[in-house]
Ligand binder design. Structure first.
Ligand code: ZN
Ligand code: ZN
Length: 264
Protein backbone atom coordinates (compact mmCIF):
# COMPACT_ATOMS: atom_id res chain seq x y z
CA UNK A 1 0.00 0.00 0.00
CA UNK A 2 1.27 3.49 -0.82
CA UNK A 3 0.04 6.97 -1.70
CA UNK A 4 0.49 8.10 -5.31
CA UNK A 5 1.31 11.57 -6.74
CA UNK A 6 -2.36 12.60 -6.57
CA UNK A 7 -2.55 11.68 -2.89
CA UNK A 8 -4.66 8.62 -3.65
CA UNK A 9 -3.98 5.49 -1.61
CA UNK A 10 -3.04 2.54 -3.81
CA UNK A 11 -3.21 -1.10 -2.81
CA UNK A 12 -1.86 -3.99 -4.83
CA UNK A 13 -1.96 -7.64 -3.87
CA UNK A 14 0.37 -10.44 -4.78
CA UNK A 15 -1.89 -13.42 -5.45
CA UNK A 16 -5.43 -13.98 -4.23
CA UNK A 17 -5.38 -16.82 -1.71
CA UNK A 18 -8.51 -18.63 -0.50
CA UNK A 19 -8.61 -16.56 2.71
CA UNK A 20 -8.35 -13.23 0.88
CA UNK A 21 -11.51 -11.91 2.49
CA UNK A 22 -10.37 -12.67 6.05
CA UNK A 23 -6.91 -11.28 5.37
CA UNK A 24 -8.25 -8.08 3.80
CA UNK A 25 -10.51 -7.44 6.78
CA UNK A 26 -7.72 -8.12 9.27
CA UNK A 27 -5.35 -5.80 7.41
CA UNK A 28 -8.05 -3.13 7.06
CA UNK A 29 -7.68 -2.90 3.27
CA UNK A 30 -10.13 -0.38 1.87
CA UNK A 31 -9.39 -0.92 -1.81
CA UNK A 32 -7.54 -3.03 -4.33
CA UNK A 33 -6.03 -1.48 -7.45
CA UNK A 34 -4.21 -4.45 -9.00
CA UNK A 35 -3.26 -8.06 -8.35
CA UNK A 36 0.07 -9.52 -9.46
CA UNK A 37 -0.09 -13.31 -9.74
CA UNK A 38 2.79 -15.69 -9.16
CA UNK A 39 1.23 -18.93 -10.44
CA UNK A 40 -1.97 -20.91 -10.80
CA UNK A 41 -2.04 -23.07 -7.68
CA UNK A 42 -5.19 -23.14 -5.59
CA UNK A 43 -3.59 -21.57 -2.52
CA UNK A 44 -2.64 -18.55 -4.67
CA UNK A 45 -5.74 -17.90 -6.75
CA UNK A 46 -8.88 -19.27 -5.14
CA UNK A 47 -9.82 -16.00 -3.44
CA UNK A 48 -10.21 -13.90 -6.55
CA UNK A 49 -14.00 -13.97 -6.39
CA UNK A 50 -13.85 -11.89 -3.19
CA UNK A 51 -12.43 -8.76 -4.83
CA UNK A 52 -15.83 -7.83 -6.25
CA UNK A 53 -16.51 -6.06 -2.98
CA UNK A 54 -13.60 -3.70 -3.72
CA UNK A 55 -15.14 -3.05 -7.16
CA UNK A 56 -18.37 -2.01 -5.47
CA UNK A 57 -16.62 0.31 -3.01
CA UNK A 58 -14.12 1.98 -5.33
CA UNK A 59 -16.21 1.78 -8.53
CA UNK A 60 -13.26 0.88 -10.71
CA UNK A 61 -12.18 -2.40 -12.27
CA UNK A 62 -9.14 -4.20 -10.90
CA UNK A 63 -6.19 -5.05 -13.13
CA UNK A 64 -4.88 -8.58 -12.80
CA UNK A 65 -1.40 -9.31 -14.11
CA UNK A 66 -0.25 -12.87 -14.81
CA UNK A 67 1.78 -14.95 -17.23
CA UNK A 68 0.01 -16.87 -19.98
CA UNK A 69 -0.21 -20.15 -18.08
CA UNK A 70 -1.68 -18.57 -14.94
CA UNK A 71 -4.11 -16.37 -16.89
CA UNK A 72 -5.40 -19.44 -18.74
CA UNK A 73 -6.15 -21.09 -15.39
CA UNK A 74 -7.84 -17.97 -14.05
CA UNK A 75 -10.05 -17.78 -17.14
CA UNK A 76 -11.02 -21.43 -16.74
CA UNK A 77 -11.74 -21.32 -13.00
CA UNK A 78 -13.42 -17.93 -13.07
CA UNK A 79 -15.43 -18.34 -16.24
CA UNK A 80 -18.35 -16.59 -14.51
CA UNK A 81 -16.17 -13.47 -14.23
CA UNK A 82 -14.36 -13.56 -17.58
CA UNK A 83 -17.45 -14.58 -19.59
CA UNK A 84 -20.15 -13.03 -17.50
CA UNK A 85 -22.44 -12.69 -20.52
CA UNK A 86 -22.90 -16.49 -20.31
CA UNK A 87 -24.17 -16.40 -16.72
CA UNK A 88 -27.80 -17.42 -16.32
CA UNK A 89 -28.49 -14.43 -14.12
CA UNK A 90 -26.87 -11.02 -14.36
CA UNK A 91 -25.10 -11.68 -11.08
CA UNK A 92 -22.72 -9.43 -9.19
CA UNK A 93 -19.27 -10.61 -10.24
CA UNK A 94 -15.85 -9.04 -10.03
CA UNK A 95 -14.85 -6.49 -12.66
CA UNK A 96 -11.31 -7.23 -13.81
CA UNK A 97 -8.87 -5.98 -16.42
CA UNK A 98 -6.78 -8.99 -17.44
CA UNK A 99 -3.19 -8.18 -18.41
CA UNK A 100 -1.38 -11.26 -19.74
CA UNK A 101 2.38 -10.84 -19.77
CA UNK A 102 3.99 -12.06 -22.98
CA UNK A 103 6.86 -14.45 -22.37
CA UNK A 104 9.33 -12.19 -24.17
CA UNK A 105 8.55 -9.31 -21.80
CA UNK A 106 9.07 -11.57 -18.79
CA UNK A 107 12.40 -12.71 -20.23
CA UNK A 108 13.41 -9.11 -20.95
CA UNK A 109 12.44 -8.02 -17.45
CA UNK A 110 10.09 -5.30 -18.65
CA UNK A 111 8.81 -3.57 -15.54
CA UNK A 112 5.14 -2.74 -15.06
CA UNK A 113 4.87 0.79 -13.72
CA UNK A 114 1.69 1.62 -11.83
CA UNK A 115 1.09 4.83 -9.85
CA UNK A 116 4.81 5.49 -9.45
CA UNK A 117 5.72 1.97 -8.37
CA UNK A 118 7.64 -0.53 -10.46
CA UNK A 119 6.93 -4.27 -10.58
CA UNK A 120 9.42 -6.45 -12.44
CA UNK A 121 8.65 -10.13 -13.14
CA UNK A 122 11.31 -12.65 -12.14
CA UNK A 123 11.18 -16.18 -13.57
CA UNK A 124 11.50 -18.83 -10.84
CA UNK A 125 11.07 -22.58 -10.87
CA UNK A 126 8.48 -24.31 -8.65
CA UNK A 127 9.47 -27.89 -9.38
CA UNK A 128 9.02 -28.08 -13.13
CA UNK A 129 6.48 -25.24 -13.20
CA UNK A 130 7.81 -21.81 -14.22
CA UNK A 131 6.32 -19.25 -11.81
CA UNK A 132 6.85 -15.53 -11.25
CA UNK A 133 8.48 -13.63 -8.45
CA UNK A 134 8.03 -9.86 -8.30
CA UNK A 135 10.63 -7.16 -7.68
CA UNK A 136 8.96 -4.06 -6.25
CA UNK A 137 10.58 -0.64 -6.05
CA UNK A 138 9.77 3.00 -6.55
CA UNK A 139 9.72 3.73 -10.30
CA UNK A 140 12.96 5.40 -11.32
CA UNK A 141 14.66 4.79 -7.99
CA UNK A 142 17.29 2.09 -8.19
CA UNK A 143 16.34 -0.56 -10.69
CA UNK A 144 18.72 -2.50 -12.83
CA UNK A 145 19.93 -0.10 -15.54
CA UNK A 146 18.70 -2.05 -18.56
CA UNK A 147 15.13 -2.29 -17.25
CA UNK A 148 12.57 -0.44 -19.31
CA UNK A 149 9.13 0.77 -18.39
CA UNK A 150 6.04 -0.53 -20.16
CA UNK A 151 6.03 2.67 -22.22
CA UNK A 152 9.36 1.63 -23.65
CA UNK A 153 11.27 4.43 -21.97
CA UNK A 154 14.42 3.71 -20.09
CA UNK A 155 13.98 4.02 -16.36
CA UNK A 156 16.96 5.98 -15.15
CA UNK A 157 17.98 7.80 -12.03
CA UNK A 158 17.35 11.04 -13.92
CA UNK A 159 13.64 10.26 -13.91
CA UNK A 160 11.69 13.19 -12.39
CA UNK A 161 9.88 10.84 -10.03
CA UNK A 162 13.09 9.72 -8.37
CA UNK A 163 12.68 9.35 -4.63
CA UNK A 164 15.28 8.90 -1.95
CA UNK A 165 14.96 6.28 0.71
CA UNK A 166 15.33 7.16 4.34
CA UNK A 167 16.78 4.88 6.97
CA UNK A 168 14.04 2.34 7.43
CA UNK A 169 13.52 1.43 3.79
CA UNK A 170 12.34 -1.99 2.74
CA UNK A 171 12.45 -1.36 -1.04
CA UNK A 172 13.62 -2.72 -3.39
CA UNK A 173 11.81 -5.84 -2.24
CA UNK A 174 11.55 -9.13 -4.12
CA UNK A 175 8.68 -11.50 -3.36
CA UNK A 176 9.61 -15.05 -4.36
CA UNK A 177 7.10 -17.58 -3.10
CA UNK A 178 6.72 -21.20 -4.22
CA UNK A 179 10.28 -21.59 -5.43
CA UNK A 180 12.58 -24.57 -5.67
CA UNK A 181 15.23 -23.07 -7.95
CA UNK A 182 16.26 -19.74 -9.41
CA UNK A 183 17.20 -19.85 -13.11
CA UNK A 184 20.62 -18.36 -13.90
CA UNK A 185 19.16 -15.48 -15.92
CA UNK A 186 16.98 -14.35 -12.98
CA UNK A 187 19.78 -13.64 -10.52
CA UNK A 188 20.46 -10.17 -11.92
CA UNK A 189 16.95 -9.10 -10.92
CA UNK A 190 17.64 -10.10 -7.34
CA UNK A 191 20.64 -7.79 -6.92
CA UNK A 192 20.65 -4.73 -4.69
CA UNK A 193 17.61 -5.76 -2.65
CA UNK A 194 16.86 -4.31 0.73
CA UNK A 195 14.28 -7.02 1.37
CA UNK A 196 13.97 -10.55 0.07
CA UNK A 197 10.82 -12.57 0.75
CA UNK A 198 11.59 -16.19 -0.06
CA UNK A 199 9.92 -19.60 -0.06
CA UNK A 200 11.12 -21.95 2.73
CA UNK A 201 8.97 -25.00 3.39
CA UNK A 202 10.63 -27.27 5.93
CA UNK A 203 13.78 -29.25 6.81
CA UNK A 204 13.13 -32.24 4.59
CA UNK A 205 13.65 -32.19 0.85
CA UNK A 206 10.59 -31.31 -1.23
CA UNK A 207 10.19 -31.49 -5.02
CA UNK A 208 8.64 -28.04 -5.47
CA UNK A 209 9.77 -25.94 -2.50
CA UNK A 210 13.04 -24.92 -0.85
CA UNK A 211 14.23 -26.56 2.34
CA UNK A 212 15.40 -24.25 5.09
CA UNK A 213 19.06 -24.98 4.26
CA UNK A 214 18.48 -24.28 0.57
CA UNK A 215 16.59 -21.08 1.37
CA UNK A 216 19.34 -19.85 3.72
CA UNK A 217 22.01 -20.54 1.09
CA UNK A 218 20.09 -18.70 -1.62
CA UNK A 219 19.33 -15.81 0.72
CA UNK A 220 23.02 -15.55 1.62
CA UNK A 221 23.93 -15.44 -2.07
CA UNK A 222 21.33 -12.76 -2.84
CA UNK A 223 22.48 -10.86 0.26
CA UNK A 224 19.51 -8.58 0.83
CA UNK A 225 19.65 -6.41 3.97
CA UNK A 226 16.84 -8.51 5.42
CA UNK A 227 15.27 -11.78 4.32
CA UNK A 228 11.87 -13.08 5.41
CA UNK A 229 10.98 -16.70 4.77
CA UNK A 230 7.40 -17.58 3.87
CA UNK A 231 5.21 -20.56 2.97
CA UNK A 232 6.54 -22.63 5.90
CA UNK A 233 4.86 -25.82 7.03
CA UNK A 234 4.04 -26.53 10.67
CA UNK A 235 7.22 -28.57 10.84
CA UNK A 236 9.26 -25.40 11.45
CA UNK A 237 8.63 -24.16 15.03
CA UNK A 238 8.63 -20.37 14.83
CA UNK A 239 10.74 -19.16 17.75
CA UNK A 240 13.17 -22.06 17.78
CA UNK A 241 13.78 -21.73 14.05
CA UNK A 242 14.26 -17.95 14.22
CA UNK A 243 16.72 -18.38 17.08
CA UNK A 244 19.07 -20.44 14.95
CA UNK A 245 18.76 -18.34 11.77
CA UNK A 246 21.20 -15.52 11.00
CA UNK A 247 20.00 -12.16 12.36
CA UNK A 248 19.16 -10.84 8.87
CA UNK A 249 17.04 -13.89 8.03
CA UNK A 250 13.81 -14.62 9.88
CA UNK A 251 10.58 -16.52 9.40
CA UNK A 252 7.76 -14.18 8.49
CA UNK A 253 4.39 -14.49 10.22
CA UNK A 254 0.77 -13.66 9.43
CA UNK A 255 0.14 -9.95 9.79
CA UNK A 256 3.81 -8.98 9.50
CA UNK A 257 3.96 -5.32 8.45
CA UNK A 258 6.99 -3.90 6.65
CA UNK A 259 6.95 -0.12 6.46
CA UNK A 260 8.96 1.89 4.01
CA UNK A 261 9.71 5.51 4.84
CA UNK A 262 9.91 7.36 1.52
CA UNK A 263 10.86 10.99 1.27
CA UNK A 264 10.67 12.96 -1.95
ZN1 ZN B 1 2.44 -23.52 -5.65
ZN1 ZN C 1 1.79 -22.13 -2.51
Amino acid sequence: MWTDDTNQDRVVLIDAGPDLRAQAIRAGLMRCDAIFFTHNHVDHMFGLDEVRRFNAVQRTPIEIIADEHTMASLRRVYQHIFERERNVNDSFVASLIPNTLPEREIEAGVAIIRWGMSFTPIRLLHGRLPVLGWRIEKAGSTGVPEYRSTEGQRVTDESPSVLRYSGTSVLPLAYCTDTSAIPTESWARLRGLRTLVLDCLRERKHPTHLTIDEAVNIAAEIDANQTYFIHMSHELPHEATNARLPANMQLAHDGLLLEDALTA
